[in-house]
Structure formats: C-alpha cells, structure tokens
Design a protein around this ligand. Structure first.
Ligand SMILES: *[C@@H]1O[C@H](CO)[C@@H](O)[C@H](O)[C@H]1NC(C)=O
Ligand SMILES: *[C@@H]1O[C@H](CO)[C@@H](O)[C@H](O)[C@H]1NC(C)=O
Ligand SMILES: *[C@@H]1O[C@H](CO)[C@@H](O)[C@H](O)[C@H]1NC(C)=O
Length: 196
C-alpha cells in the first residue's frame, strides 16, 4: 500500500501532469500562448560587440537574426590578429534596467584558460558558459589560435537556461561582458534582453 505521503506526492504529480497536458492541448488547438509560455519569456532586444583594440581583435560580424516568430538567434565572430592567445579573462556582469542599468546578481571574472581545465571549480562560470558552449568553438583550453565563433545561440536555448534554471523578475536586462587578453581589455560584448 502507498503511505499517505506517497499518495500526496502522487496526487501532486498527476495534477501537474494534467496541467501540462492541458497547456499543450490549448497550444495545439488554439494557437494561443500557453500559460507556461506566458509566465516567462525572454527576447533579444539588442547585441553590441565593440573592439577596444582593433590591432588585437575585431568583429567580422555580430548580429541577431529573426528567422521567424519563434526562431531567433545571435551570432558573432571575433578575428584574433595576434595568435596564439594564451591568456584570456572574461568579466561578465548582469545588469537590470531601472534608472539606467544597475548591477544585478552577477559580476564575475573568469580566467578562461584555467576554467576550461576544471569546469566544476566555478559554478557561476559554468552556468554562464552553458549559455553558449554548445554553439561556440571556445570549447577547448588555451591557446586560442583561431577566430572565436559563437554561432546561432537560439532564444529558446537561452529561455531554458535563464527562466527555467534561474527564474528572475520581469524586466530589461543586460549581459555585459569585457574580454581581456594578457590583462588588457580588448573588447566588450553586450547582450540586451527583455524578460516578460
Ligand atoms: C521557424 O524556422 C525554423 C528554422 O527554419 C523552423 O524549423 C520552424 O519550423 C519555423 N517555425 C515556424 C513557426 O514557422
Ligand atoms: C564589476 O566589478 C568590478 C570589480 O569590483 C567593477 O570594477 C565593475 O565596475 C563591475 N562591473 C559592473 C558592470 O558593475
Ligand atoms: C568544438 O566545437 C567545434 C565547432 O563547433 C567542433 O567541431 C568540435 O568537435 C568541438 N570540440 C569539442 C572538444 O567538443
């Protein structure tokens, strides 16, 4: 026989399952947004890549593309002109727009060469890296002797990472990143998003 606790767990599971099924049905048959999609949705609003040292690196491209209503992605390619690069640091700060952009939750600096060798050492870096690791050729340790490519990071992938893994309040946010080589700031990449 099931214990009372087990029965409550089972009841909760069935209830959740029922809600999910209902949500999927309404999606299939009415084409309306499901309650689940409506709760939390991330959109790209802008992407800005700036080189601060054009003799060290420049951006071949850096854009957001909307293929259709549901498939949007960002891509960028940084040309490295002084390869091999053996020392890279990335500073990532999350900012929330209130009166201007204000620091929110994270401001971390990651030694990319060291991080790659021991990814479990820094959970926040691991979380941020999960945003783009499957879409990038920055998937090995230093040295980097090739262009840095981040290709087609889809909005649905980021939605899963941001709103499922870490629910954050609705609003406008900026993932601000500074890219350092040999401790000199060489570039910034800003990803602007809205969570509604
Ligand atoms: C959007 O485009 C993608 C990629 O071409 C395609 O797989 C998907 O079915 C499209 N979605 C809609 C709603 O048209
Ligand atoms: C992140 O922290 C560093 C060091 O404390 C600081 O200099 C920098 O301004 C912060 N970045 C943001 C965007 O707040
Ligand atoms: C790194 O990414 C490139 C390009 O996406 C891929 O061809 C390669 O197999 C990946 N390497 C590893 C170690 O995952």
């Amino acid at each position: 026989m099931f214990s009372p606790v087990r029965l409550i767990q089972l009841g909760f599971f069935l209830c959740t399952f029922h809600q999910v099924r209902t949500a999927c049905k309404s999606n299939l048959f009415t084409k309306n947004l499901t309650p689940f999609q409506a709760v939390c949705k991330l959109e790209f609003t802008n992407l800005k890549c700036v080189t601060l040292d054009p003799e060290f690196a420049y951006f071949d491209y850096c854009y957001i593309k909307a293929v259709n209503r549901t498939y949007k992605y960002l891509s960028l390619r940084a040309k490295l002109l002084k390869t091999p690069v053996t020392k890279i640091k990335i500073n990532v700060a999350l900012l929330q727009r209130l009166n201007g952009y204000k620091p929110f939750l994270y401001n971390v600096t990651i030694d990319a060469c060291r991080f790659y060798k021991n990814q479990k050492s820094n959970p926040i870096a691991g979380y941020l890296y999960s945003f783009f690791k499957d879409y990038s050729n920055m998937n090995h340790s230093c040295p980097y002797d090739h262009d840095i490519i981040v290709e087609k990071v889809s909005i649905s992938h980021l939605n899963t990472q941001v709103t499922d893994v870490l629910p954050v309040p609705h609003g406008d946010y900026l993932f601000h990143s500074n890219w350092y080589a040999y401790d000199i700031k060489r570039a910034t990449v800003n990803v602007y998003v809205t969570i509604s």
